[in-house]
Write a protein that binds this ligand. Sequence first.
Ligand code: HEC
Length: 147
Amino acid sequence: MMAPRTHTKLRIIVASLLCLCSLGVASVSDWRQHVPESDRARANPYALDADAVSIGKKLFQQSCAQCHGDDANGRTHKPSLRSEDVRTATDGELFWLLTNGSVRHGMPSWSRLPESQRWQIIAFLRSFNRAAAASHQGTTKSATIGK
Ligand code: HEC
């Protein structure tokens, strides 16, 4: 049995953790507000390039995985790149972020990578959405079949 006092302490700890988490979520993707309209609308010239995803994956392992994780699920204080925020960002917004970084929040600028490589990395990030959509379709289908 837990003493009532421990209980209160626990509640305070849980409450402050929840608070911290929501703060963290609110600050991520603030960068999107800084993207100029013309950049937002840019299309990925590699969107239909069959090799872009595999090249982008290699580049991701070299430059991004150390912070965002090998599977892009994020690390402590480094956001997941499989989030709703990244999924709903336009290619142009992601390109702007890679070019400019969000340096104050710990995301470096990748302007030293050639533009083509930045777009290839974005093509790789986009491939998650397709995989997620496919597996989602798979689950709904099998769920329907099961019924
Ligand atoms: C040194 C650590 C570090 C490296 C390396 C790094 N990032 Fe980041 N990244 C961050 C941090 C920290 C943020 C959160 C920035 C913010 O909150 O404004 C971030 C944010 C992002 C976001 C926006 C996520 C969101 O939810 O809004 C994207 C997309 C992203 N990074 C992609 C990349 C890619 C692609 C690379 C490799 C080219 C990369 N990052 C390399 C630390 C890093």
